[in-house]
Design a protein around this ligand. Structure first.
Ligand code: NAP
Length: 284
């Protein structure tokens, strides 16, 4: 019986496979899937069972999920096709006799007003009706900010539309570790974990933390949602993604990306990386 990690070629999936290995799961007990197995050849070289799975091609899924006991369904990147893709993956998990599926959902999926929320809540509902399941409602990635550091340091400006909303972001590595815990321990079926870092911040505070770490003054510039979306498209972000990001900031201004649940810390058994630690690591 094995643990399947879908989207193992992605950033979160890769870190989850690493976390499972670190937590002592034998490589041969892990199935890592991708639409293109050449992307995860390094895992095959380490003894992980690498298989092809494309949620858009249901015929690829029975062999990919065969023999699976638990499965981590990582949400896919194409919002328009997301629910159909996730449903096909869940149907295949049911057919393969998977005993429990964990799904990487989003923070407050059931109440969030974001463009992103309906695909996550629809997947949660479909999954909950069919299998013992665990919702890993991941908050925003700290990397969504640290990846911007070169440009922020050049311009001296962190831009957004989140107002003074508080954001409970955490690193992908900490969300991945939480997923590994849920996949390898008992007592999680039926739970919806609201996952986020404990050091919540406003973007004004984040700009101050970057200033301190970099020794250079960084200002937070708060823009109207439409203006922020235009700024993103002007910087080369595809229009659909720019709208999703700007809309997420709008929801952040309403504290929709904030949680005080403590679920992430409890699951991983240690404090999650703080914004200051993530910034320092990215600047090294
Ligand atoms: N919390 C946040 O801040 C945040 C931000 C961005 C995204 N997300 C969500 O979290 C997910 C994981 O994040 P990430 O950083 O790991 O994303 P990522 O690095 O872009 O990886 C996305 C993964 O989705 C897989 N995928 C896409 N379409 C698929 C399909 N039809 N069938 C099977 N797999 C498919 C890709 O696998 P292939 O190798 O097959 O291409 C890839 O491994 C994202 O997909 C997105 O839903 C969250």
């Amino acid at each position: 019986m094995s643990i399947v990690v879908t989207a193992a070629s992605g950033q979160l999936g890769r870190l989850t496979v690493e976390a499972l290995l670190t937590r002592g799961v034998p490589a041969a007990g892990i199935v890592a899937t991708s639409r293109d197995v050449t992307k995860i050849k390094d895992f095959a070289d380490r003894g992980v069972d690498v298989r092809r799975a494309d949620f858009a091609e249901p015929e690829s899924l029975p062999a990919a999920f065969e023999g699976a006991d638990r499965l981590l369904l990582i949400s896919t990147t194409t919002p328009g096709e997301r629910v159909a893709n996730h449903r096909r993956a869940i149907d295949a998990a049911v057919a393969a006799g998977v005993s429990q599926v964990a799904f990487t959902s989003m923070l407050h999926a059931d109440t969030s007003t974001t463009i992103l929320a309906p695909t996550h809540s629809a997947t949660e509902e479909y999954l909950r009706e069919r299998l013992p399941s665990v919702m890993l409602r991941n908050g925003w990635y700290l990397e969504n900010y640290t990846v911007q550091l070169p440009q922020v340091l050049t311009s001296g400006v962190l831009a957004g539309a989140a107002g003074q909303g508080r954001i409970s972001a955490a690193t992908r590595a900490d969300y991945a570790d939480a997923a590994a815990v849920v996949l390898t321990t008992e007592g999680h079926a039926g739970k919806a974990y609201e996952l986020g870092g404990e050091v919540a911040f406003t973007l004004t505070e984040l700009a101050a933390a970057i200033s301190t770490a970099a020794g250079k003054r960084i200002e937070y510039t708060d823009l109207p949602v439409e203006a922020f979306a235009r700024l993103l498209t002007g910087a080369g972000v595809p229009a659909e993604l720019a709208d999703v990001i700007a809309d997420a900031d709008r929801a952040m201004s309403r504290d929709e990306f904030y949680t005080s649940s403590g679920d992430l810390r409890r699951l991983i058994g240690r404090p999650a990386a703080t914004p200051a630690e993530a910034i320092a690591a990215a600047l090294r």
